[in-house]
Write a protein that binds this ligand. Structure first.
Ligand code: GAP
Length: 447
């Protein structure tokens, strides 16, 4: 983990937020390469969830949340971790992380009884701070998918099964944030709420578990480092009938990367109750009540049903940590030297290609290299950089370390015959390629 944290800082992937003032625990900023990697991971998720499917719509909802939403969702009452205080050194811990041991800081066994600590952040809304005008910072993106269920349904005329996907920030006042971007207080989630007919939920749950395992492997995660954890009944969240966690071998241990829950009709049912204070327990409701309820109409049976929900919910930051960890390698070369390489899948690489003139500030080479960059940019492959340092060897090493799949060197031969050297990050092979063929070559290799 220390090596990854050091690489992330050195190369501009992740910084401690507010570092010059001592930082803020559990809060991180993404640097120039981190923002690209994170955006690429989110884009890959969005592509597979929304663009490649014909049964999912997207949403981008607000972070500030009406407290009623989180009252009826059950979060006000139950979204808490067990907190203990050490009477000796006054530190605070999550009881379920202590595994019966003493205080991790001073070793004392003089701890208070665990008490529930609600993880939601509150903030004041409007100019009057009278306690009644507060909002929560959402602890999961899911709730606004549920509260927008009817809006999306009316706008798109969807039928079951269909899903609503959302990527966005979530906030939790974690008692002990730790392990870099693994457990943060401000983080990002990629969540799909997939609405299905009651009775088809278990089958869809299995399909989504398989699908999500497959997707993580497409992002470069070795299947041997992934495992499934069937959450036991007593550990299930208040809304869940069954949850399967996708666990990944992080540097600090095997932990949750994504949770895939069968949320039943809990949320749509509770928010329906929240709207008009009806006591609903049945999933089948009459036509008269339909407008007030978050339900769908079964055209054949002519009745209204509150759908069940299957929810694959992944952490963006945990995903970034996992793909960096998988890709990071320190290789010993035949020469005896070492090289650090980040073998990211090309679609995730922050920079797709670096164009390097052999000699710094050489007018002809610089002009040609800039033209190559412009030509590649037009292909929409992602970020292409021009690096006018004049030290190609160093450029290769730096780009290996940041995961750039290709370096393109423009040299004096280029000025004669319009060919460039394309160097492959993984094999370190160098091919001479005509500039006219470069676009197709990169498109193929970056796909
Ligand atoms: N809507 C369901 C939900 O929020 P969760 O298991 O609490 O379920 C889903 O969170 C995912 O969000 C987790 O699998 C994890 O990847 C990510 N996540 C949760 N808490 C996090 C934290 N404090 N820091 C970073 N990521 C977190």
């Amino acid at each position: 983990m220390e090596e990854l944290v050091a690489l992330c800082k050195r190369r501009g992937f992740v910084f401690q937020a507010g570092e010059i003032y001592g930082g803020l625990q559990g809060i991180y900023d993404y640097g120039p390469l981190g923002v690209e990697l994170k955006n690429n991971l989110k884009a890959a998720w969005w592509r597979s969830m929304v663009y490649e499917r014909d049964d999912v719509e997207g949403l981008d909802s607000a972070i500030l949340t009406n407290p009623k939403v989180l009252r009826y969702s059950g979060h006000e009452e139950t979204f808490a971790d067990p907190l203990v205080d050490c009477r000796s050194c006054k530190s605070r811990w999550r009881a379920d992380h202590l595994n019966g041991a003493g205080c991790p800081r001073c070793g004392s066994r003089d701890l208070t009884e665990p008490r529930p600590f609600n993880l939601m952040f509150k903030t004041n809304v409007g100019p009057v701070e009278d306690g009644s005008s507060f909002a929560y910072l959402r602890p999961e993106t899911a709730q606004s998918i549920f509260t927008n269920f009817k809006n999306v349904l009316d706008a798109t005329s969807r039928r079951l099964p269909f899903g609503i996907a959302q990527i966005g920030k979530a906030f939790r006042n974690e008692i002990t944030p730790r392990n870099f971007v693994f457990r943060m207080r401000e983080f990002e989630q990629m969540e799909l709420e997939f609405f299905v007919a009651p009775g088809e939920d278990e089958q869809w749950h299995e399909r989504w578990v398989d699908e999500r395992l497959r997707w993580w492997q497409e992002q470069g995660i070795n299947g041997n480092n992934l495992e499934l954890f069937h959450v036991p009944g007593e550990e299930l969240a208040h809304y869940s009938k069954a949850t399967v966690d996708v666990m990944y071998r992080f540097p600090h241990g095997v932990e949750e990367l994504e949770g895939i829950a069968n949320r039943t009709d809990f949320d749509l049912g509770s928010h329906t109750k929240g709207q008009d204070d009806l006591d609903i327990s049945a999933t089948v409701i009459s036509n008269d009540d339909a407008n007030a309820r978050l339900a769908v109409q079964d055209q054949v049976a002519k009745r209204w049903t509150v759908p069940y929900v299957i929810e694959p919910s992944a952490g963006v930051d945990r995903g970034v940590l996992a793909v960096i960890n998988e890709a990071y390698e320190v290789e010993r070369l035949p020469s005896g030297n070492e090289r650090t390489v980040l073998s990211l899948k090309p679609h995730l690489a922050p920079i797709k290609a670096a164009v390097l003139p052999l000699k710094r500030n050489h007018e002809g080479l610089v002009e040609k290299a800039r033209a190559v960059k412009r030509m590649l940019m037009k292909l929409g492959l992602g970020r292409i950089v021009f690096e006018n340092t004049g030290n190609v060897g160093k450029g290769y090493r730096r780009n290996d370390e940041t995961g750039t799949p290709f370096c393109i060197t423009v040299d004096f031969e280029t000025l004669d015959d319009d060919t460039v050297t394309v160097r492959d990050r993984d094999t370190m092979a160098q091919d001479r390629i005509a500039i006219g063929a470069l676009g197709d070559c990169l498109k193929e290799r970056l796909a």
